[in-house]
Design a protein around this ligand. Sequence first.
Ligand code: FAD
Ligand code: NAD
Length: 475
Amino acid sequence: MSENFDVIVIGGGPAGYPAAIRAGQNKLSVACIDEWKNRDGSTAFGGTCLNAGCIPSKALLESSELYHRALHEFAVHGVKLDGVAFDVGAMQKRKAGIVRQSTAGILALFKGAGVTALTGHGRLLAGRKVEFIGHDGSKRTLQAKHVVLASGSEPMPLRGVTFDGDRIVDSWGALDFTEVPKRLCVIGAGVIGLELGSVWRRLGAETVVLEALPQLLPMADAQLAKEAARHFKKQGLDIRLGAKVSGAAIEKDGVHVSYTDGQGAQTLVVDRLIVAIGRRPFTKDLLGDGTGVVLDERGFIQVDDHCRTGAEGVWAVGDCVRGPMLAHKGKEEGVAVADLIAGQYGHVNYKTIPSVIYTAPEIAWVGQTEEQVKAAGRTYKTGSFPFAASGRARAMEAGAGFCKVIADAGSDEILGIHIIGPMAGELIAEAVLAMEYSASSEDLQRTIHAHPTLSEAVHEAALAVDKRAIDIPNR
Ligand code: FAD
Ligand code: NAD
């Protein structure tokens, strides 16, 4: 096999593998190196997202939500069940199958695009050489015209709390529980805390979420965050804000979690503790001497707006560089870089990256929050539409939440769209497309939406911006 490639991608997660595939589509010779190892020792492309993140978490969210609905909602539909039970083992088996199918799919895609897949460790050396050490210990030095670094991220540890992989775990461990903990604590009410907290809460765990900040979901529109908090409380998620954790110790009767809040020092005793306080860039043993690649003070690889590092022909994408740690952000960066390398147009619009939290109801947004628009001193108008007024949502017994559109008061350009409600993660795609095309609220108002669909909530919220909604009174 050749030791020379046009492009070598280090990291085969959702940022790295699309970069490799697009480079192959662009008729460049390309290798993708990935060192991921599963707990059973098997290797797999797909990185955190496919193996221990997006995909397994959504599989468990779906299974636990189905159980929850069977238990609490089927009767309203007139569907009678003679007792409802769940089997964590079966849920985990299904999840593992979905993960296997997804990661195997990458190898098939690599084959189709002519990508050389290498499992092992990659390290960038000076002059765009890459040292590759296979999992079998074999060592080779490869040469590339371009190198794309896509080494991803890892869970942030918390001082005073030591992972033991059983009672005290990170998000990967929390996806692998073989039974429902009776008492569960999650540190961090961020995206992982809310999603995985929801999974285990729905299956019956008494779940306490400790959040250091005084506010839930500070990055979301305040109205959305307030509505979300109301639903989480109703679901029995005990979210304690302003709770600063100082340590955790494994005792005979469980894990003792120490924290302080407004009332002073507190101790919580639980069966399992999940630490989900954020992730940090992973660049261990990635860079040899003299590469010219620079890390910033938080450990991210420094890049410009087009993912170029300071070193010629060396690019970096995904969680290991600035910006939101999201699979779709990394994918767009990887594809853009592979196109730029091939001399084509490549660009990521960082203003239209959607955020989705896969709780029930789902939470999704794109663009600026009302608070951000206000702080920028812009004059604006808003329109909201509650799912309770949507025929489709009512038919689905899913009338919770709303859609809110924010537009510039003068130009009518859409500045942000915020949705909490059924399938919000799907509905937000229309909002992203609208903003990508710099649409006005009037553009959305004049777009036909099928009836009865949930998407009519987006349409009506846009109409409400100009007090022209049809299915709700305009105030
Ligand atoms: P990674 O996915 O971390 O992949 C990096 C890969 O590079 C890994 O396989 C790693 O082993 C390999 N690697 C690192 N260094 C080297 C080296 N030197 N040599 C060889 N290989 C190397 N995001 C979403 O958008 N939607 C979601 O629903 C979502 N859910 C999530 C749920 C959980 C529980 C978690 C933890 C994360 C979730 N994320 C989600 C975030 C998402 O997983 C990340 O943003 C995404 O995986 C980042 O992609 P990446 O390719 O940059 O890095
Ligand atoms: P996060 O940044 O979303 O949330 C971490 C939370 O922990 C924050 O609210 C923070 O205030 C809190 N925190 C920090 N230190 C704390 C402490 N000492 N005590 C109590 N609380 C503390 O991070 P995450 O939930 O770990 O997720 C990591 C990354 O993975 C995120 O960047 C997210 O984008 C990504 N992710 C995305 C999805 C999705 O898109 N649906 C799902 C899961 C993860």
